[in-house]
Write a protein that binds this ligand. Structure first.
Ligand SMILES: *[C@@H]1O[C@H](CO)[C@@H](O)[C@H](O)[C@H]1NC(C)=O
Ligand SMILES: *[C@@H]1O[C@H](CO)[C@@H](O)[C@H](O)[C@H]1NC(C)=O
Ligand SMILES: *[C@@H]1O[C@H](CO)[C@@H](O)[C@H](O)[C@H]1NC(C)=O
Ligand SMILES: *[C@@H]1O[C@H](CO)[C@@H](O)[C@H](O)[C@H]1NC(C)=O
Length: 653
């Protein structure tokens, strides 16, 4: 379904815009200026720090100088100047209507009234009462880990502001801080390297891509989050004029002494052989924004013109503008579109996509304070598979559109439907990535996929299989995270809904009985990923961690043939399958079983003949079913991983 630009605008008009406040911390004495703020939900507050070494820490009215459990904390911001603010700021978003109490946790600053209140009541627990309470409060404390929490600690670094420089060139910052590179003319980049190889990209490292801009400041920012306390090294990869070899390099938390100082790195860069290299696609490992709008893919237009022109609304105006202003390549005469033009994970979905998906820009269901490690693993896994799905759909959609190789293979309504699935997939990807983003978790670099695009039928089969694996994994993930991260459940459930509908349409297109087919078959997420790894992955830059374990790829499984035989006397019929798989050595001596995983949590085992590899299909089973070969019968689904010999594989019974 398509929404007109008008209806989207109308919907937007009723939403009030969030307000922004700036607060000076420690300017002209031990105080917050302003000391009180009246803010609405969604408003943002940025704290600017002055000499000497202050913090912004949330407390409670009752304990003014003690950190509130789970409350926000800026970390300490040491700075020298009493009148020029530090490059490090701390920004919070007001997330509750209750009063918010704030203090500086340094020394006795709190007891000396370095305090603030957001939305303090006019009577009772007033700001004045809070100040009085603090005067006699016990010694101040800060959160034990000393790391920023509950807001964005951001340090601004100028790129190319005064010649071939990063300012500052060594950034001393706490983990979880966002290093925000602010681009100035001419055409610079920020690319991570190792200490030993200053002008060459580090595989898996961050890269902004080349960013040619004409104005200063340009409004183009690249954000990288400091992962830990280890030193990080980076350079400008502009080969024209050898920026890196001219000393345009920098570091995050480089040691002040020893062999690996910034000065030693600069010397190494000056001696490095040109040319510098940078990764082909960007941004990697960070977020590019242009005047506050996150940009999808900087090295190419976000959406190819043939699709943008066709789009009902203003399409990707911001992105196109960004691309033009940024000097990025594609315009109307861009080369043929490819899946590389899909919005990158972590980015906005874009107007065109939201229109096609039949809704508005994804809004979150509400963030919890924290996300568990297990949920983080699962989100990264889910994002990987979704990336594969969206690329596959997008490539197929382009082939089915006018001018494509498969044009005419399907009626236009089906082509439009596949366009909508693409859009929904991109939104699913964006929603998951936004969650990782929000909790400052890594968005892993994507894999190189084997996209089965030999024919339209090959595409449809592959899409169905991957989609069902993703649905199966999502059900498992929902169950696994429900206790620790219940806020994720609706996100996953809405995805399952739209994917199941798509599965039903595919079943109809394949002439399978739609009424019984689109059933959701749960499989352990680790097995879903193994299925994708076995069938659709060429290579991945990094392995996944799933529930704290390294990802596992079980031997592949295929169904070589089906055989039905009827028993005329009883009227019963038996279906047998011949399986093909290669059991690892230690599995060869054991008995093997076929585990049949069906909808509604159904699971049955039949034995596999070790010689012929023939197994019986449980009676009455039909539709899309996952098969796994195991060395034990009767193991429940949640412990299946422990007994897998090969698979999973999907079969239509
Ligand atoms: C800032 O203050 C904190 C807490 O007192 C302290 O641990 C840290 O060393 C100080 N930083 C500097 C550079 O003085
Ligand atoms: C960002 O906004 C400024 C001020 O409106 C404008 O001059 C600049 O061109 C914008 N930058 C980009 C890249 O669009
Ligand atoms: C920016 O630099 C890169 C690398 O030299 C180059 O390929 C690109 O064309 C440049 N862009 C502009 C607009 O100058
Ligand atoms: C045949 O089907 C009947 C009823 O469906 C069942 O009770 C019986 O056990 C079956 N026979 C065989 C040999 O499977």
């Amino acid at each position: 379904m398509r929404f007109s630009a008008g209806s989207l605008l109308l919907a937007g008009a009723s939403l009030a815009r969030a307000a922004h406040f700036d607060v000076d911390v420690g300017k002209g004495g031990l105080k917050f200026d302003p000391p009180t703020i009246k803010a609405a939900l969604g408003d943002t507050i940025t704290y600017h720090f002055f000499a000497k070494n202050h913090s912004v820490t949330q407390s409670s009215f009752d304990e003014p100088c003690q950190p509130l459990g789970g409350g926000f904390f800026s970390g300490y911001v040491p700075t020298d100047s009493p009148d020029i603010a530090s490059r490090t700021t701390f920004t919070i978003t007001v997330q509750e209507e209750k009063p918010i109490w704030v203090y500086c946790s340094q020394g006795d600053h709190c007891q000396k009234s370095m305090l603030q209140a957001i939305n303090a009541p006019q009577t009772g627990n007033t700001f004045e009462a809070f100040v009085e309470k603090a005067k006699t409060a016990p010694a101040s404390a800060a959160p034990a880990d000393g790391l920023p929490n509950g807001g964005h600690r951001i340090v601004l670094v100028d790129v190319g502001k005064n010649g071939l420089t990063f300012e500052p060139s060594n950034i001393v910052e706490l983990p979880r801080t966002r290093v925000r590179f602010n681009f100035h003319p001419k055409n610079h980049s920020v690319v991570q390297s190792t200490f030993d190889n200053p002008c060459q990209q580090l595989k898996g490292g961050f890269s902004s891509g080349h960013i040619p801009v004409a104005q200063s400041p340009s409004g183009v920012l690249f954000d990288v989050i400091v992962p830990d306390t280890q030193p990080l090294w980076f350079y400008c990869g502009q080969p024209n004029g050898n920026h890196c070899q001219s000393g345009m390099v920098g570091s995050i938390n480089a040691p002040a002494q020893g062999e690996k100082t910034l000065a030693a790195f600069v010397a190494k860069a000056k001696a490095a052989p040109p040319p510098s290299t940078i990764p082909e696609f960007a941004p990697l490992g960070g977020i590019i924004s242009v005047n506050g709008t996150i940009v999808h893919a900087f090295n190419g237009n976000v959406l190819p013109s043939q699709v943008s022109n066709d789009a009902p609304s203003t399409s990707s105006a911001t992105s196109t503008q960004a691309a033009n202003n940024g000097g990025a390549a594609a315009t109307k005469s861009s080369p043929p579109a490819s899946s590389q033009t899909l919005p990158a994970p972590g980015s906005d979905a874009g107007d065109y996509f939201t229109n096609k998906a039949g809704g508005g820009t994804p809004k979150h269901w509400g963030w919890a304070e924290k996300i568990s490690d297990v949920a983080t693993d699962f989100l990264q896994l889910h994002l990987r598979i979704e990336h594969l799905l969206s690329h596959l759909l997008w490539e197929a959609y382009l082939k089915l559109e006018e001018g494509g190789d498969w044009h005419g293979a399907y009626p236009q309504t089906i082509v439009d439907t596949i366009g909508a699935w693409t859009a929904q997939s991109v939104i699913h990807m964006a929603t998951t990535a936004a969650t990782l983003e929000h909790y400052e978790k890594k968005i892993l670099e994507s894999c190189k996929w084997k996209l089965p695009l030999g024919s339209v039928d090959e595409f449809l089969t592959a899409y169905n299989r991957i989609n069902l694996a993703q649905i199966g994994g999502l059900i498992d993930i929902s169950a696994q995270v429900a206790a620790a991260d219940p806020f994720l459940v609706p996100i996953f459930l809405t995805q399952v809904g739209s994917k199941s509908r798509a599965a039903g349409v595919v079943n109809m297109m394949q002439n399978h009985m739609a009424a019984i087919a689109p059933r959701e078959v749960a499989i352990p997420a680790s097995l879903a990923w193994s299925f994708v790894l076995s069938n659709y992955v060429e290579s991945c830059p990094v392995e996944l961690t799933i529930e704290g374990q390294k990802e596992k790829k079980w031997p592949g499984l295929s169904v070589a043939s089906f055989k039905s035989s009827g028993d005329a006397a009883t009227g019963n019929s038996t279906v047998e399958v011949t399986l093909k798989y290669d059991a690892e050595k230690e599995q060869k001596g054991k008995d093997h079983f076929a585990a049949w995983i069906g909808p509604f949590g159904e699971l049955e085992y039949t034995s596999v003949d070790k010689e012929s590899k023939v197994a019986k299909v449980p009676e009455g089973w039909s539709g899309d079913v996952f098969i796994v070969v195991t060395n034990e019968a009767g193991t429940p689904l949640d412990r299946l991983e422990g007994v897998v010999v090969a698979g999973p594989q999907l079969a239509w019974l």
